[in-house]
Design a protein around this ligand. Sequence first.
Ligand code: GRF
Length: 221
Amino acid sequence: MSTARVRLGVLVSGGGSNLQALLDACTREDFPAEVACVVSNVPTAHALERARAAGVPAVVVDHKAHASKAAFEAAILEALGAAGVQWVCLAGFMRLLSADFLGRFAGRVLNIHPSLLPSFPGLHAQRQALERGVKVAGCTVHFVDAGTDTGPIIGQAAVPVLPEDDEKSLSARILVEEHRLYPLAVRLAVTGQVTLDGVRTRVAAPPSTGELALRSPGATT
Ligand code: GRF
């Protein structure tokens, strides 16, 4: 007998490659979640096509078409509610959510960010990393709080920064890890294996999913 899958709502603004990674994970029989709804604040986002191709309801809630942030968020909540969403995943969603919104899904909103937080929050994380001259970069999945990329960290994956890297090459290397890490973190979170402990999390990962902090081979000195 199979247990009911957790219903995810994925919020997007762009290409949606992380959405795709989640959609692909959800095709696996043993994955504990399904994408019930995708919401984009950008009407032209390619992520919408990815959702439709997977047979998932795709909704546009354009922030520009709403008079206030409260109205914008109310429209998103309506779409998520209509789809019976239980957990929310931000996947390249370029708007900040209010504490009010987050309170509606308390402890059930996740984000992926292309840096090893708390370094380089906000926009252009990969560019920030290159400009600062770090030798290791990566990505982070974290719970969302009302700050910018400040919530408790669930998992991280590291990649080397190579001498010849530019923003494009580093972003591509990080993205490969994002696509691996996000489904893994979602699996752990929605199955209750991640608990909050103040600003930290405790992750009770079984051995097969114990790779929440990777050290990539080939790192340069
Ligand atoms: C990813 O790098 C993600 O970490 C960041 O925005 C980018 C979105 O890419 N938040 P995609 O739309 O998932 O391809």
